[in-house]
Write a protein of this length. Structure first.
Length: 88
């Protein structure tokens, strides 16, 4: 009996791109992570720069588990506020 010849299949090609992905997510900041919005109306608040940097790092760490992440940017304005609640 002749040995069976191995079938040679074409190799798959894989193409890697930098893909810019944009999405909006809801995130809750503590009262220590917000400040008055100097450009907004009286009483308007927005996340502090440090709070946004911390969120960027958290998202980068989470996404980097499955993807090569080169840049994460978080931005938020007071007009994006959904609501505010207090602990009971």
């Amino acid at each position: 009996m002749k040995p069976r010849k191995k079938t040679v299949r074409g190799k798959k090609k894989y193409y890697t791109f930098d893909v810019c992905v944009s999405f909006t997510l809801q995130y809750t900041f503590t009262d220590k992570e917000v400040e008055l919005d100097m450009e907004g109306s009286e009483g308007d608040v927005e996340p502090t720069h440090d709070a946004l940097v911390s969120l960027e790092k958290e998202l980068d760490e989470y996404l980097s588990n499955n993807y090569v992440v080169s840049d994460v940017q978080a931005d938020c304005e007071s007009r994006s506020l959904i609501g505010c609640c207090e602990d009971l």
